[in-house]
Design a protein around this ligand. Structure first.
Ligand SMILES: NC(=O)c1ccc[n+]([C@@H]2O[C@H](COP(=O)([O-])OP(=O)(O)OC[C@H]3O[C@@H](n4cnc5c(N)ncnc54)[C@H](O)[C@@H]3O)[C@@H](O)[C@H]2O)c1
Length: 256
C-alpha cells in the first residue's frame, strides 16, 4: 500500500515502537493518524512529532483492557486504511503462578482480546471501503524462545496464530494482515518487567543480546504495510545481530 494520503490508527503510540512508527508513517505521507494509548501526556508529544513530520494527528485516551470501551471506540473511529495493533504489556512481578487472576485477565485483554476486537471491526470497515492493511505487533517469543514471562509469551503466541489465521482475508476482501516480531528493543516496556524497574531476567537478556531501537522496528512495519506483494498472514522478525539488522521472514501456511 502506498502510505501517501492514507489514514491510520496506531495503538500504544505514547512511546517506543508505536511512536516511532506513527512518525515514520507521517514522514511517508500519511494524511491522518489516530494515536491511541492510556498515557495521554506522552501521546501529546507523539502528536507533536507526527504533525512536525507532516500528518494530522488526533489523540485518543483508550484503555484497551476495557473491551466494551475498545469496541465502542473502534466502531466510532475504526474506518481507516491502516491499523497498527501495537500496544502491549508484560506481566511484571509476581509471575505466573503467583500472579493474581485479575492481572492474568488484564494481560490477555490488552495483548489479544482487544487486538481481535479492533481487527474484527476494522476488517468490516476495510471490506466496505475496498481494502486495507493491518499489522499486529507480535514478538520473537512467539517463535518459541524466551519463556521468562509465561502470560506474555502465551498472549504473543496467540497474536501470532491469529495473524496467520487472517491470511485468507487478502483474497476474500483485500485486507492484508501481517505480523511484526520485534526482537529485543530498548523501550519503556522493559522497565515494567520487575518491581519498579527491570527484572533480573530482563537484565540477563539485555546483557546477552543486542537491542534494536524503535526506528528499526518502525522501518519493518513500513515494509509490511507498503509491500503488497506479500501474502496475507506473512510476518517478519527483526533483530540486531553484530550491529546489523537481521530480518527473518515467515509465511502463513494457507495450503489446504
Ligand atoms: N521492547 C521489546 O523488547 C519488545 C519485543 C517484542 C515485542 N514488543 C512489543 O512491542 C509493542 C510495543 O512495545 P514497546 O516496546 O514500544 O514498549 P512501550 O512500553 O513503549 O509501548 C507499549 C505501549 O502500549 C501502551 N499500553 C499499555 N497498556 C495499554 C492499555 N491498556 N491501553 C492502551 N495502551 C496501552 C503503553 O502505554 C505504551 O505506550 C508491545 O506489543 C510489545 O509487547 C516489544
Amino acid at each position: 500500500m502506498d502510505v501517501g494520503g492514507k489514514t491510520a490508527i496506531v495503538t500504544g503510540s505514547a512511546g517506543g515502537i508505536g511512536r516511532a512508527t506513527a512518525v515514520m508513517l507521517a514522514a511517508r505521507g500519511a494524511a491522518e493518524i489516530a494515536l491511541v494509548d492510556v498515557k495521554e501526556d506522552d501521546l501529546r508529544e507523539t502528536a507533536r512529532l507526527v504533525e512536525a513530520a507532516g500528518a494530522r494527528a488526533t489523540i485518543h485516551r483508550l484503555d484497551l483492557s476495557d473491551i466494551p470501551a475498545t469496541e465502542a471506540w473502534f466502531q466510532a473511529h475504526g474506518d481507516v486504511d491502516i491499523l497498527y495493533n501495537n500496544a502491549g504489556v508484560v506481566s511484571g512481578l509476581p509471575q505466573f503462578p503467583d500472579v493474581d487472576a485479575a492481572r492474568i485477565r488484564w494481560i490477555i485483554d490488552v495483548n489479544i482480546t482487544s487486538l481481535v476486537a479492533a481487527t474484527q471491526i476494522a476488517v468490516q470497515a476495510m471490506r466496505r471501503r475496498g481494502g486495507g492493511v493491518i499489522v499486529n505487533t507480535v514478538s520473537t517469543v512467539a517463535l518459541g524462545t524466551g519463556f521468562y514471562d509465561a502470560m506474555y509469551a502465551t498472549t504473543k503466541a496467540a497474536v501470532m496464530m491469529f495473524t496467520r489465521c487472517c491470511a485468507s482475508l487478502k483474497e476474500e476482501c483485500n485486507v492484508r494482515v501481517a505480523g511484526m516480531l520485534p526482537g529485543l528493543v530498548d523501550t519503556p516496556i522493559l522497565d515494567t518487567t520487575g518491581a519498579g524497574g527491570k527484572s533480573d531476567w530482563m537484565k540477563t537478556v539485555l546483557a546477552n543480546n543486542e537491542a534494536c531501537v524503535p526506528d528499526d522496528i518502525a522501518a519493518g512495519v513500513l515494509m509490511l504495510i507498503e509491500d503488497d506483494s506479500l501474502a496475507g498472514g506473512d510476518w517478519v522478525a527483526v533483530r540486531r545481530i553484530d550491529g546489523k539488522i537481521a530480518y527473518q521472514w515467515g509465511h502463513a501456511d494457507t495450503a489446504a
